[in-house]
Write a protein that binds this ligand. Structure first.
Ligand code: URA
Length: 244
């Protein structure tokens, strides 16, 4: 159950006071009857709400889950005083939601970022103990070697002594400098630091997949779309939760 003014504000992207003004003006009906009470409680999953006689389409979504193709030059944060953030890219469509990225990519990196306002979901996807794999396409400034592959498989020890979990580095096609990397951890600058142990530099890094969900190739850099129900269910299963 939730308050009518909150429901209307979230569904229509209004401020709470704009929402209350609409309700007070008699523009809002719940289950066929005009309701002028901003604090009236409604069942957000069952109530039929109309505004100016027009039904609000679609089911109420408690949380938002978006797949974004992050372009280079945008920072993985909710907001930033100077830089454009991944949340800024979808903010106009969700003005009342506090979207944040579930997992970060470096400013220069590109690809799949999950934007959500569901903190528990983000935790499940990111918690090291849940082992949700992230897959990246990486271009190195030198060919992939057998030593790098063996080292990644055994678990790389970074320059500062941090011992990482086993990961995978495999050739990605004909170009010996193009590598598909799979991680189950999210340590700061992890891939760059892992290859740095072998004297290799990362020229480009693109996240292809989070767990079983692959970045939609139809999404141009900077574009996003809501996850489908099947993608969300697959991610929840990968994060160890089948329902909520
Ligand atoms: N590892 C990195 O070094 N950078 C990223 O953006 C993601 C993983």
């Amino acid at each position: 159950m939730m308050r009518l003014d909150k429901y209307l504000a979230e569904r229509l992207g209004l401020t709470r006071s704009e929402s209350r003004r609409k309700i007070a003006a008699g523009a809002v009906a719940v289950d066929g009857a005009v309701c002028r009470q901003a604090d009236a409680k409604l069942d957000e999953n069952a109530a039929q709400v109309t505004v100016d006689g027009r039904p609000l389409g679609g089911a109420y979504e408690k949380y938002v889950y978006l797949m974004l193709n992050k372009p280079a030059g945008v920072v993985s944060a909710s907001r930033d005083a100077r830089e454009v953030t991944v949340a800024d890219l979808a903010a106009a469509a969700y003005p009342r939601r506090q979207l944040f990225p579930a997992g970060r990519l470096d400013k220069t990196s590109t690809g799949f970022v999950l934007l959500t306002d569901d903190g528990a979901f983000a935790h499940d996807i990111l918690a090291p103990a849940r082992h949700v794999e992230k897959t990246y396409l990486v271009r190195l400034d030198t060919p992939l070697t057998a030593a790098m592959q063996a080292g990644f498989a055994a678990g790389v020890t970074l320059a500062d002594g941090t011992r990482l979990a086993p990961a995978a580095a495999e050739p990605a096609g004909e170009d010996p400098c193009c590598v598909r990397v799979t991680l189950r951890q999210g340590v700061y600058h992890q891939i760059k630091r892992m290859f740095g142990v072998y004297g290799a530099g990362v020229e480009a890094l693109h996240r292809l997949a989070i767990g079983p969900v692959t970045l939609d190739p139809a999404l141009a850099p900077g574009a996003w779309r809501p996850l489908t129900a099947a993608e969300l269910a697959a991610l929840r299963a990968a994060g160890g939760k089948t329902s909520r």
